[in-house]
Design a binder for this molecule. Structure first.
Ligand SMILES: [Zn+2]
Length: 182
């Protein structure tokens, strides 16, 4: 009995709502007979659009404008969302790569390490790059929080060839050899 009473209450008419203008105006499509916002689910949507264009040019424009938007910008929008807004995207585009810098340092009596910085500006994933170097030189290579990659050994000469070969967006001219740091 309780459930029935509740159900009845749920269905009760609660009077006109302030946020709705009565009578509610629903525009129905002459092609599929559905309210026009459902036309896009109709298999023959193209026909609906033709009907709208002829009979409700204003609604047609609204519909197709939104459509063109979502088609052309969908990739863009995704990027904006993941990067946190339009402003960020603009800033990102302006930041030209500053080039790659590399230098060596001594570690112990005979060992050297090569540090490489600037790859991130070329949209290169440092983890992927570290793995690539580790394979290429059969040695340890790791990225750190400063955007640097540290490779065991002195591999600067090799990097001049390897970097542009692996990532064509890197110009050999942009690679800066800072020599040996003490
Ligand atoms: Zn329709």
């Amino acid at each position: 009995m309780m459930a029935a009473a509740e159900e009845k209450g749920f269905l009760q008419y609660t009077g006109p709502r302030d946020d709705i203008t009565y009578p509610v105006q629903v525009v129905y499509c002459g092609e599929c007979t559905m309210p026009i916002e459902y036309c896009e689910y109709y298999p023959n949507y193209e026909k609906c659009k033709e009907w709208l264009e002829r009979n409700l040019p204003n609604e047609f424009e609204k519909l197709t404008a939104g459509e063109a938007d979502s088609k052309d910008d969908s990739d863009d929008k995704k990027k904006r969302q993941t990067r946190g807004g339009k402003g960020m995207l603009k800033a990102k585009k302006k930041a030209e790569p500053k080039g790659i810098k590399m230098w060596t340092q001594s570690r112990g009596k005979k060992k050297k390490i090569t540090t490489l910085v600037g790859l991130a500006d070329y949209d290169i994933d440092l983890k992927v790059a570290s793995k690539f170097f580790a394979n290429k030189f059969s040695c340890g290579a790791s990225g750190n929080d400063n955007g640097e990659i540290v490779i065991q050994g002195d591999v600067k000469d090799d990097l001049f060839d390897i970097l542009p070969e692996k990532w064509p967006q890197i110009d050999e001219e942009c690679i800066d050899d800072l020599g040996d740091k003490k």
